[in-house]
Design a protein around this ligand. Structure first.
Ligand code: SF4
Ligand code: SF4
Ligand code: SF4
Length: 202
């Protein structure tokens, strides 16, 4: 992760709280969408592990209060991800169509989306594990679809001693030996830094 990553979470609180007074803050949401869409074709879900304010928020604000349980695999499946994507994007699109195009009205819709999804992320983050929301977040799914083959984590099986330290440290609870799970790797590099035999690299 980047040096700035742990500090980005504050942006989520600023938008989700002060956005109701200053709706213009909501425009940070489409800006985030745009940045991740530009990065995903080259780096997959790198944005999630390095630049996403909500990813930073759940990682560094919830880590002391989470139950830290295993994230149920069903939440990673497209059976959950696609309906969540359609519901949230459909709702946002519908609300945007109903506005008169006024800047503050549009901004407020983004603020409401940010506050709602942050509340959901907090509930899942505390009751299961910090990054639970990130297993089915629509923007995470988009990045997976666009760039899952890019910038992949490689494992040197000759060096691996199966100590599982990488899985324990991974915020997405990814088993590095599972190609399907690795598509949701957020490129935070925590496993690389933890691996005692230097078996992992990008
Ligand atoms: S999955 Fe969504 S909330 Fe989580 S880090 Fe990625 S874009 Fe941010
Ligand atoms: S931390 Fe390294 S050695 Fe241990 S299981 Fe993971 S890849 Fe293998
Ligand atoms: S597999 Fe490694 S780089 Fe990928 S999300 Fe997990 S800890 Fe981060």
């Amino acid at each position: 992760m980047l040096k700035i990553t742990p500090y980005l979470g504050i942006l989520v609180l600023i938008v989700s709280i002060f956005g109701f007074i200053f709706p213009i803050l909501g425009y940070l949401v489409p800006l985030v969408f745009l940045i991740l869409l530009l990065i995903a074709p080259f780096r997959g879900r790198w944005f999630c592990g390095n630049l996403c304010p909500r990813g930073s928020f759940v990682d560094f604000w919830l880590d002391k209060i989470t139950r830290n349980l295993s994230i149920p695999n069903i939440l990673r499946s497209y059976w959950i991800r696609i309906p969540v994507f359609i519901t949230l994007m459909g709702f946002m699109g519908y609300r945007l169509i109903l506005t008169d195009g006024l800047i503050h009205q549009v901004g407020m819709i983004f603020v409401i989306m940010c506050a709602f999804t942050t509340a959901v992320a907090i509930i899942f983050g505390i009751s299961i594990a910090p990054r639970t929301w990130c297993t089915f977040c629509p923007m995470g799914t988009v990045q997976r679809v666009i760039g899952s083959e890019q910038f992949q984590l490689k494992i040197d099986k000759d060096k691996c001693i199966e100590c599982k330290k990488c899985k324990k440290i991974c915020p997405m609870q990814i088993d590095v030996n599972s190609p399907n799970l690795r598509k949701d790797c957020i490129k935070c590099e925590r496993c690389i830094n933890k691996c005692p035999t230097v078996a992992l690299e990008f």
